[in-house]
Design a protein around this ligand. Structure first.
Ligand SMILES: [Mg+2]
Length: 374
């Protein structure tokens, strides 16, 4: 790897965005939403003869925002100065509102700029951000409410049997918390499939009321030793999350809809979670991800990277209070379909590839073209 420390003072020359919508392999759903396709918005940042790659999982409208606003905001800034680019993008979006589409689009550009800087320097992205560990633990995530038992069984057996991941998570809270008996049956099925030595997690996606979540929490802890209860109630209900956290002997997690530091600060200050989830494709990118992890760390909380595993591995390796990353079925599938150089989940951890500069990945443009929507 040849790199140049002078070259990082070169300007960012261009930002390009494209959106690809990929059908799911079967209908999917959780407690409060169903879907049959997923859109990834891919950003390339060019400068000093290199091209950085970043992305977000969001609406194709993000690609339009990159083209109309964010590209102009960061073009001409030094490749080295990613914090300046982040601040410039946040200011440029003031009148559009940062939460939601804007923050997703900012995240895609920010992660592409860090990758560009690493490639220009000729170093792996994990080395540029700095590593505190070699391996980043993951948990298998999917187990949709739309699955029959055979589909759930096949997925769990792949995670645990084929890939040796010692943690699995399924969706519960089906139909806004109106199918509790089926939720508990599916949890019992998963516990029976994985045996005693694998952690069983659940995600209700805000489908329960507070008291219902407490009742389900006690039941699934006693029956199936569930240790992770994600969004038992809406993640907007900070008091409700804390109430559930206080009343069940299971870790409560939330934070996947965190768009900025203010969001994460409110959540940890309210005592709402045992583990803070942070999504690098929504929060504003790597720098905001590290800052949010620091907020959690100041309160002795761990953090978990939400989805997009091949983006999270590089920043997760450097954060001391990281518990794990979510290895989400849809994103495993899309990242393997669309990118060369993705990381291997076998063994239950991702290991950033130190033999390649940047994030080590490249868009398979010809393969991706058939899914392009913007
Ligand atoms: Mg979730």
């Amino acid at each position: 790897m040849a790199g140049s420390s002078d070259a990082v003072s070169a300007p960012v020359e261009a930002i390009a965005a494209a959106a690809y919508t990929v059908p799911t392999d079967r209908p999917e759903g959780d407690g409060t939403l169903t879907w049959d396709k997923t859109t990834i918005v891919v950003v390339h940042a060019s400068g000093a003869g290199e091209r950085g790659l970043g992305w977000t999982y969001a609406t194709p409208a993000c690609a339009r925002l990159v083209a109309d606003v964010l590209g102009d905001a960061v073009t001409g800034l030094e490749v080295a100065d990613v914090p300046r680019a982040l601040e410039t993008m946040v200011r440029a979006c003031r009148n559009y509102g940062r939460p939601g589409i804007a923050s997703c689009a900012i995240s895609a550009v920010e992660t592409a700029l860090w990758d560009l800087k690493a490639r220009v320097l000729g170093v792996p992205l994990a080395s540029l951000l700095g590593r505190g560990r070699d391996e980043v633990p993951i948990y298998g995530s999917g187990g949709f409410t739309t699955y029959d038992d055979a589909t759930t069984r096949a997925q769990v057996e792949k995670w645990v049997g084929e890939w040796s991941i010692p943690r699995v998570k399924i969706k519960i809270g089906e139909s806004w918390g109106t199918r509790v008996e089926r939720d508990l049956e599916r949890i019992r099925l998963v516990r029976s499939l994985v045996g005693d030595d694998v952690e069983v997690y659940v995600d209700a996606n805000g489908g329960y009321t507070r008291k219902e979540a407490v009742r389900v929490g006690h039941c699934m802890f006693e029956e199936s030793r569930v240790t992770w209860f994600e969004e038992p109630v809406s993640s907007d209900d900070l008091d409700g999350l804390r109430e559930v956290r206080d009343q069940v002997p299971i870790d409560v997690a939330a934070g996947e809809y965190g768009w900025d530091l203010v969001y994460f600060d409110r959540m940890v200050a309210a005592g709402s979670v045992d583990c803070l989830q942070i999504d690098v494709t929504r929060c504003g990118g790597y720098l905001e991800w590290q800052r949010a992890a620091s907020l959690a760390g100041a309160r002795s909380l761990e953090v978990s990277g939400h989805c997009a595993p091949n983006l999270h591995a590089h920043v997760g390796a450097g954060v001391p209070n990281l518990r794990h990353l979510e290895y989400f079925h849809d994103h495993h599938r899309i990242e393997h379909m669309l990118f060369d150089g993705v990381l291997d989940p076998k063994g239950g951890a991702l290991v950033p590839d130190l033999s390649r500069p940047g994030n080590g990945m490249a868009l398979k443009e010809a393969d991706a073209e058939r899914y392009r929507v913007a």
